[in-house]
Write a protein that binds this ligand. Sequence first.
Ligand code: NAP
Length: 250
Amino acid sequence: MTKQIRVAVAGANGRMGQEVVKMLAQDTALVFTGNLDTRVSEEEINQQLDEMKPDVLVDFTTPHTVYRHMELCLARGVRPVVGTTGLTTEQLQEMSERYKEAGLGAIIAPNFAIGAILCMKFSAMAAKYMPHVEIIELHHDRKLDAPSGTALKTAEMIAAVREELKQGHPEEVETISGARGADYEGFRIHSVRLPGMVAHQEVLFGATGQTLSIRHDSINRESFMPGVNMAIKAVMNMNGLIYGLEHLFD
Ligand code: NAP
């Protein structure tokens, strides 16, 4: 039998973390070594890691803690698979350089659902031909960051191929501030927060006499697990950091 991959989970008692623990129990190639909680002293953190000896740390915590966990992984030679959103572009860039320098694998993915990755890729394909676009992302009302990491990543992929264009009427006035959503390189992102939602995104394109809608819905948190499983196995053979699960697809 090939060696099992030892996986610690930060946030194992959270909504996503609980799904990860269930997924790990169903795959004999992976072993769950425990919940890493860093809201304790440095000494206790090191003690937890000494006991768990993880190869990989799966992180589904909060935007405030994830950067520190990335640093901790670097210091301990643990490969992070991060689903927590909210890292800034500067932090991502910095981590990318530091992991590359260390030759240590790391994956940060704002969305682990395969359908969401396809939604991003299809949106980038469409934006090349239909540059008038708005993104609407919809999530449960306990989400801390807005817009969602997925919406930001989608916007980034769209902006990379879309002709430069400031949308809307040049004399447009917002009579209530924020009515037109957030501006991202000339197009808009709207964030909806409601109980009952999980993670949803619609990318709307408009052109003369026609519209195109590309929509993805995660109807439960199990939808993210095949992607997390894939990332845990992939990160073991990587040097450096990738941002976005689409880099594991051809
Ligand atoms: P959640 O239910 O609030 O879970 C967060 C967990 O993190 C809680 O169990 C919390 O513990 C724990 N935690 C907080 N600080 C910690 C620390 N310093 N060390 C260890 N654990 C700590 O949130 P969630 O819905 O699972 O979402 C977690 C993150 O994943 C969010 O950023 C969300 O946007 C993201 N997300 C990503 C994807 C994706 O596909 N990439 C999909 C869904 C969600 P306590 O309960 O004890 O406070």
